[in-house]
Design a protein around this ligand. Structure first.
Ligand SMILES: [Zn+2]
Length: 302
C-alpha cells in the first residue's frame, strides 16, 4: 500500500508540470481518455525521466535485494544524484504556501445552532451529518476524509505546508470553529471538501462555492476560477460552475480565501462508485493540487 502511494506520488510529481503546460497553452478541450493518454507520457521536449527507478528503489525498498544474500556490495542503495534532487526541488511550486483542508462533516452531526456569519442573527446546525453513497452506502464524512488525505499528500509533495481541521471521524468541530481554526493558522487558502446530493439521480459533476459578500469574497472567487477547470480536466467530470452566495457558515466566517468543493454527487450511482475509488480520489487530489498551483502562480504574478 505504502509502495503504491509512493508510486502514485512519483507519477503525480512527474505529470503535474506537463499538465500545467497543457493548461497554460490553452489546449482545446479534450475528453478524459485523451487527457489521460497525454499525461501518461512526458511532452516531447520534456527532460529525460532520469530519476524514476533510482528514487523508487532507493526510497521504497532499500534492502529488498539483499534478502538472503550476504555481503553483496551492489545491494547498497545508490544515493540520489544531486542533479535529480535539483529537479525535484524545482518541481515544488508550493514551497512556502500554507493550505488548509477541511474534510466536511464528522461521524455524528451536531444539531446545536450557531450563527452563519459575523454580525448575522441567522443560525444553522453546527455541523450536519452529510450525505451517503446511493450505491456504496459510504457516508460522506468517510469519502471526503479519504480525498482530503490524498490531497494533503499531493500538496506536501509540491512543497506546501498543509493544515487539516480533522484527520479522524470522531470529532465534534462546528463549521464556524473550522473556519476560525484556519483563520488562526493564517493559511493562504482553504479548501472545504464535500460531496453533493440531489433527488435527481442523473445529476453529476463538480461545483465550487464561495462567499459573495465578505472581505475575502473576490479572492475566493479567483481561487474558484483557477481550481474548478483544473479538477474537471484531471477527472473528466462535468463542470457545474462556480456558485457565490452567503449561505455557508464555513465560508462566511473565513478571513482567508476559502472555497467549498462539491467533488461529485453521492446520489448519482456512477459518481458514487467513482468518488469512493482510490484511482478517482487520486485524480481529484491531482486536479485540486494543479488548480491551487495555478491560483498561487496567478496571484503572485508568475
Ligand atoms: Zn457535505
Amino acid at each position: 500500500m505504502k509502495w503504491l502511494c509512493l508510486m502514485m506520488m512519483s507519477m503525480l510529481l512527474w505529470t503535474l508540470p506537463a499538465l500545467g503546460e497543457a493548461i497554460e497553452g490553452e489546449a482545446p478541450q479534450v475528453n478524459s481518455a485523451e487527457g489521460e493518454a497525454k499525461q501518461a507520457q512526458p511532452a516531447e521536449d520534456a527532460p529525460e525521466p532520469v530519476w524514476d527507478d533510482t528514487i523508487q528503489q532507493s526510497a521504497v525498498t532499500p534492502s529488498a535485494e539483499n534478502d538472503g544474500e550476504a555481503d553483496d556490495p551492489d545491494a547498497t542503495p545508490t544515493p540520489v544524484p544531486s542533479v535529480v534532487m535539483k529537479l525535484v526541488e524545482q518541481q515544488k511550486p508550493l514551497t512556502g504556501i500554507k493550505v488548509g483542508i477541511d474534510p466536511g462533516h464528522q461521524a455524528k452531526g451536531n444539531n446545536q445552532k450557531e450563527t452563519i456569519a459575523p454580525n448575522s442573527k441567522t443560525t444553522k446546525p453546527k455541523v450536519s451529518s452529510g450525505t451517503a453513497g446511493v450505491v456504496t452506502r459510504i457516508p460522506e464524512y468517510k469519502t471526503v476524509l479519504e480525498i482530503s488525505l490524498k490531497l494533503r499528500e499531493a500538496l506536501e509533495l509540491m512543497g506546501a505546508e498543509v493544515y487539516m481541521t480533522r484527520e479522524t471521524h470522531d470529532v465534534n468541530i462546528s463549521n464556524q470553529e473550522r473556519a476560525k481554526m484556519m483563520n488562526g493558522y493564517g493559511v493562504d487558502l482553504v479548501l472545504r471538501i464535500h460531496c453533493d446530493g440531489a433527488d435527481n439521480r442523473a445529476k453529476h459533476g463538480i461545483a465550487v462555492y464561495c462567499s459573495r459578500s465578505n472581505s475575502i469574497a473576490a479572492e475566493s472567487y479567483r481561487a474558484c476560477e483557477a481550481i474548478l477547470p483544473a479538477v474537471c480536466e484531471a477527472t473528466g467530470a462535468k463542470n457545474n460552475g462556480i456558485v457565490s452566495n452567503d449561505n455557508y457558515t464555513g465560508q462566511n466566517w473565513s478571513t482567508v480565501p476559502c472555497l467549498m468543493v462539491e467533488c461529485g454527487f453521492s446520489s448519482n450511482p456512477d459518481e458514487d462508485v467513482l468518488l469512493n475509488s482510490e484511482d478517482y480520489q487520486w485524480l481529484l487530489a491531482k486536479g485540486l493540487t494543479q488548480g491551487i498551483i495555478d491560483y498561487i502562480q496567478a496571484r503572485d504574478g508568475e
